[in-house]
Design a protein around this ligand. Structure first.
Ligand code: AMP
Ligand code: GLY
Length: 426
């Protein structure tokens, strides 16, 4: 089989590596891919959002199956366009990708179907939002841009002034373009966060092993929000009882709600949950695998990924085994100094091969040049190790990550520490 993977981050590298394990796979194209994927995939110089370009490439290169891993092409209808020309593709159709593409839609869906989430109001006019913030709101609260905003459209506001300036930036100054024309203002929830990725074909839903992201840039969960500085799996806060409750109160009702709306979801649905005193509540839905959650979840998958992905497209997930190892995994992200604000690119990277001996080194912001692998983004690499215990996985991941060097690199040193503490309590 010939496979095309759309995207070029650490998540896509992890997906490609797993798909390559299937003996039927002869060739993997990646558009645009990255420096690490270049070792076993053919890179295609197309942007992940170029729907027409990707469809025509898939047609002319006899591609049998496409994995659309990134949110924006899914929201642009890339899976619909591929299916229209008879090419099966993993990921939701545009109508279903809306569950991530519009937070107003997702919140209203949860309200209509009684799915637990934070209390909220939605606003289409700046004046109405400001009036609400001045007269009725309770702080802290959370202001969210409706549309896709590269993970930057969520602001936690402790004060009225901060909330008003957030709403002004979104709705008046159009800091996030069309994505901020409508906003959600919601109740601030507290509790540990859990990411649960789930395969679904619209009928059956199969949650993967749970994970914990570390979104802040610096140790101790301080500093700016990033795309994710590291992950561990499983997430010790996510006990068997909570998992059962989430299945009954959140996962199945969400799949059913999407069916009733005529928006059947097929692919990977990401549930960002907060475990509150009142039980698990949805913080966000994503219509795709998480990054860097995928980098700890897929190394623990024992079943064949391509077979499971095909089952989500064919509607046969109920007959397809999806098994995970009982081990733990830890992924440490190595970033460019200055990320997530501004950073330089083009630095040579050394030590990848040594690190690869005991870990998976997933590339994210790298490029293969004549001079070797160089940095080309903010999050450069994700180093994942698996082991029998979480503590061992963490040690192994850091040992491997410490072998990698490039100018101005940095990583958090405390990935997994909160999870270790939670393990002691649970
Ligand atoms: P998102 O960009 O939707 O992933 O949100 C970024 C982060 O903001 C989440 O991971 C949470 O830590 C935080 N967050 C989002 N919504 C809420 C909420 N209602 N209460 C507390 N924290 C939230
Ligand atoms: N790690 C969070 C996300 O993928 O959205």
């Amino acid at each position: 089989m010939t496979i095309l993977i759309v995207g070029g981050g650490g998540r896509e590298h992890a997906i490609a590596e797993k798909i390559a394990e299937n003996p039927k796979v002869e060739k993997i194209y990646a558009a645009p891919g990255n420096g690490g994927m270049a070792a076993f995939c053919e890179l295609v110089p197309l942007s992940a959002t170029d729907v027409a370009g990707i469809v025509s490439f898939a047609q002319t290169h006899a591609v049998d199956f496409v994995v659309v891993a990134q949110d924006d092409p899914l929201c642009l209808g890339m899976v619909d366009a591929l299916k229209k020309v008879g090419i099966p593709a993993f990921g939701p159709e545009q109508r279903a990708a809306m569950i991530e593409g519009s937070k107003v839609f997702a919140k209203d869906l949860m309200r209509r179907y009684g799915i637990p989430t934070a209390q909220y109001r939605t606003f289409r006019s700046y004046e109405a939002a400001e009036r609400f913030l001045r007269e009725d709101a309770v702080f802290p609260l959370v202001v969210k841009a409706d549309g896709l905003a590269l993970g930057k459209g969520v602001l936690i506001c402790e004060t009225k002034e901060k909330a008003i300036s957030a709403v002004r930036a979104m709705m008046k100054e159009e800091k996030f373009g069309a994505a901020g024309r409508s906003v959600v203002i919601e109740e601030y929830l507290e509790g540990p966060e859990v990411s649960v990725l789930a395969f679904t074909d619209g009928r059956t839903v199969v949650p993967m092993v749970s994970s914990m992201d570390h979104k802040r840039a610096l140790d101790g969960d301080v500093g700016l929000n990033t795309g994710g500085m590291g992950t561990v799996a499983p997430n010790p806060y996510y006990t068997h009882d909570i998992a059962e409750r989430a299945m009954k109160e959140i996962f199945l009702p969400t799949i059913e709600a999407m069916n009733r709306e005529g928006r059947t979801f097929r692919g990977c649905l990401y549930f960002g949950l907060m475990l509150t005193a009142d039980g698990p509540k949805v913080i966000e839905y994503n219509c795709r695998f998480g990054d860097p959650e995928t980098q700890v979840v897929l190394p623990l998958l024992k079943s064949d990924l391509l077979t499971v992905m095909q089952a989500t497209v064919d509607g046969t997930l109920d007959q397809t085994p999806v098994e995970f190892s009982q081990e733990s995994a830890c992924c440490v992200v190595i970033a460019s100094g200055g990320y997530p604000v501004s950073y330089e690119k083009g630095f040579a990277i050394s030590g990848i091969e040594a690190a690869n001996q005991a870990a998976h080194v997933y590339h994210a912001g790298t490029k293969l040049t004549d001079a070797g692998i160089v940095t080309s983004g903010g999050r450069v690499l994700g180093v994942t190790a698996t082991a029998a215990t979480l503590r061992e996985a963490i040690d192994k991941a850091y040992k491997a990550a410490d072998q990698i060097h490039f100018e101005h690199s940095f990583m958090r040193r405390d990935i997994g520490q909160r999870a270790l503490k939670a393990e002691e309590k649970v």
